[in-house]
Design a binder for this molecule. Structure first.
Ligand SMILES: [Zn+2]
Length: 254
């Protein structure tokens, strides 16, 4: 019999799906191994003692057995739950986006200490703050920067000139905001006000971004900008975006 290789992992549950008869397949974000796919056996049985510790968005400490196929979770204990993220329908779609961004941007089997800490901070802020869009934008920019894709927002990303008032645009393919001469007709138009907000959100701790006062039009611009960068780097769309839009539309109607 081979010796089982068990290790303890702190992890956030990014995604869950049913697997075989009573199991669940989980995608985790871990500090040591980045994105990690595992199986938790028997957790769909009512008597499972692990099930409650493996909810979406939960920060848990897990005992994981390495296997040639999917690693196996054999024990789990909750470190922190963010219950508001599941029970408050205003917060839920933002939390979905935060975990989805980690899911599509962080690679498997790479160290992801910074990315892990950022996601814990993002979920904590999304559970408590009223400034949900600002937290999400700040999180996406900081996650990208942590992975080596820092958006150039100080001066024109192509020619280096200061970004003055005028027809500035955001060009993820060039790596940031560009001036009116360099932007051409492609890319998102972006105001200087929006660029200043983005700069601030890119470096502010997530728990305190709600200090920023932002009008609706600027909020829309900075959200589109952050999404454009995520889409460019991940080479895919955020699938939870339509859900977020629907929930917002419902909120506006009510
Ligand atoms: Zn330029």
């Amino acid at each position: 019999m081979t010796k089982q290789r068990t290790h303890i992992a702190e992890a956030i549950v990014l995604r869950r799906s049913d697997f075989q008869e009573a199991d669940r397949r989980l995608t985790l974000l871990t500090p040591e191994r980045g994105r990690l796919n595992v199986v938790a056996k028997g957790v769909r049985r009512p008597a499972s003692r692990m099930a409650g510790h493996l909810e979406l968005f939960t920060l848990a400490r897990l005992f994981v057995v390495r296997r040639r196929s999917l690693d196996l979770v054999v024990q789990a204990e909750t470190v922190q739950t963010f219950p508001q993220l599941r029970t408050d329908l205003n917060r839920l779609p933002y939390a979905y986006q935060a975990v989805e961004a980690a899911h599509i941007l962080v690679e498997e089997e790479v160290e992801a200490y910074g990315e892990f800490v950022l996601l814990v901070q993002a979920l904590g802020a999304l559970a408590t703050t009223a400034a949900l869009p600002l937290v999400l934008v700040a999180y996406k920019l900081q996650l990208l920067a942590s992975l080596g894709y820092q958006a150039q927002l100080q001066e024109c990303a192509r020619c280096g000139d200061p970004l003055s008032a005028g027809a500035n645009r955001v060009r993820p393919d060039i790596g940031g905001a560009v001036c009116s001469r360099c932007g051409g007709v492609t890319g998102l138009p972006v105001t200087v006000r929006a660029i200043k907000c983005l700069r601030w959100l890119a470096r502010e701790p997530l728990q305190t971004v709600d200090r920023l006062q932002v009008d609706t039009a600027t909020t829309a611009q900075i959200e589109l900008t952050a999404d454009a960068f995520v889409r460019y780097v991940a080479e895919q769309d955020l699938k939870s975006s339509p859900f977020l839009e629907r929930m917002r539309a419902l909120k506006t109607q009510s």
